[in-house]
Design a protein around this ligand. Structure first.
Ligand SMILES: [Zn+2]
Length: 310
């Protein structure tokens, strides 16, 4: 009898958490920071420190995607900017390639784009090696993977040849518009408005999470391992802890970039192309020729946020 109980308990503990488990990889783009014109090292340092503190606090194995053009001052590498990347690595976080200067692959030829990819790995690749971290992931600027099969395939081949793995995004969002608004309020020293924007951001991101969970259910009959895209800006420096709290409350466990790609959903083929930069869930859905209603209910950025951002 005792053994049966133990066995039952074992089955329950193994099966229940797995069935309910939600996982998410948090990826941060446009490193070292998105400064919106504030070229002050202490400001950049504060953003970086604050993001890293939240990763530590919530056990988020985050990855940061770097635009190395931001490391330069008049053709010379600025060691203070490189220090910011080193902080990521020192604290156990990974870096990836987001191209040198954030060009839109849909607007330029293959050669020009791939030159920018290779130019974009010079500092981070060496640095990652020094800190014993892997350097293998690529994130497309504007999530532009190629607007035709041929344009996309040539990039897939190129990335593979150069040892890169593509890092898709599933929870796409407009955090950058909220961030621009937040930054404008910050420059006006309007704490009340900053708070209002921050709260609207958390509400919007909660809705985005629910929207992509529902999309995932429709497409895969389950909530796949999600990949969130956010940017390295002041808004996330101040609000990523609240956001991570929301995800935790909704049952998420945070996983790394390589772990999230173990979900077989990420091997779903993309077979249709267009001039879009969208969530991979939407790409996979378009490739499966779902109806228009699939995309309905996508939470919009409120007008008041757009107005402050402009
Ligand atoms: Zn970017």
């Amino acid at each position: 009898m005792k053994y049966i109980f133990t066995l039952l308990l074992l089955i329950l503990t193994i099966q229940i958490p797995r069935a309910q488990e939600k996982t998410m990889c948090i990826t941060v783009d446009d490193l070292p920071v998105v400064p919106y014109g504030i070229d002050d090292h202490d400001f950049h340092l504060e953003i970086t420190k604050s993001l890293i503190n939240t990763f530590d606090q919530f056990e988020i194995p985050a990855i940061g995607y770097v635009n190395e053009s931001k490391l330069y001052n008049n053709d010379e590498v600025d060691s203070a900017k490189v220090k910011l990347l080193e902080m990521w690595l020192q604290n156990g976080y990974e870096l990836g390639n987001h191209t040198f200067s954030h060009k839109n692959y849909h607007q330029i030829p293959f050669e020009e784009f791939t030159d920018d990819v290779l130019k974009g790995e010079k500092v981070s690749k060496k640095l990652s090696k020094e800190y014993g971290r892997s350097y293998q992931f690529f994130r497309h600027p504007y999530l532009r993977i190629g607007n035709s099969q041929a344009h996309a395939d040539s990039l897939v081949d190129f990335l593979q040849t150069h040892g890169y793995r593509v890092a898709p995004v599933t929870i796409d969002n407009e955090d950058y518009i909220f961030a621009k608004a937040y930054h404008n309020a910050f420059k006006q020293d309007d704490g009340e408005l900053m708070k209002k924007i921050g709260e609207a951001y958390i509400e919007y991101m909660t809705q985005k999470m629910k929207f992509y969970e529902a999309s995932s259910e429709k497409l895969f009959d389950r909530n796949i391992a999600q990949t969130l895209l956010i940017h390295a800006n002041l808004l996330n420096a101040h609000y990523l802890d609240d956001l991570a709290g929301v995800y935790k409350q909704h049952g998420y466990r945070f996983i790394s970039q390589s772990e999230v790609l173990e979900d077989p959903a990420y091997r779903t083929p993309v077979t249709r192309y267009g001039n879009w930069g969208i969530s991979w869930i939407d790409r996979w859905a378009i490739s499966r020729k779902v109806g228009r209603e699939f995309f309905e209910g996508d939470p919009a950025t409120p007008d008041f946020i757009r107005n402050i951002a402009n």
